[in-house]
Design a protein around this ligand. Structure first.
Ligand code: ZN
Length: 65
């Protein structure tokens, strides 16, 4: 038997009784995942195939000015 400590709730549990290791339960796994996503992915991911920057939009001169 291996005793692990859940990173989410800090509770010690038997690793063989959890199928969501290293978390004590699926719930703690999802909580940690959600927290991780919320903190780390504040910056939008830039895809690699983004392509060149679009040309600046040129506003045509107004004929009535
Ligand atoms: Zn837990």
């Amino acid at each position: 038997m291996t005793v692990l400590r859940c990173p989410t709730c800090q509770r010690q549990f038997d690793s063989q009784r959890s199928d969501a290791r290293p978390f004590c339960s699926d719930r703690c796994r999802l909580i940690d995942l959600g927290r991780w996503l919320g903190e780390e992915i504040g910056v939008p991911l830039e895809p690699e195939d983004r392509g060149p920057e679009p040309p600046p939009r040129v506003t045509p001169p107004r004929p009535d000015s």
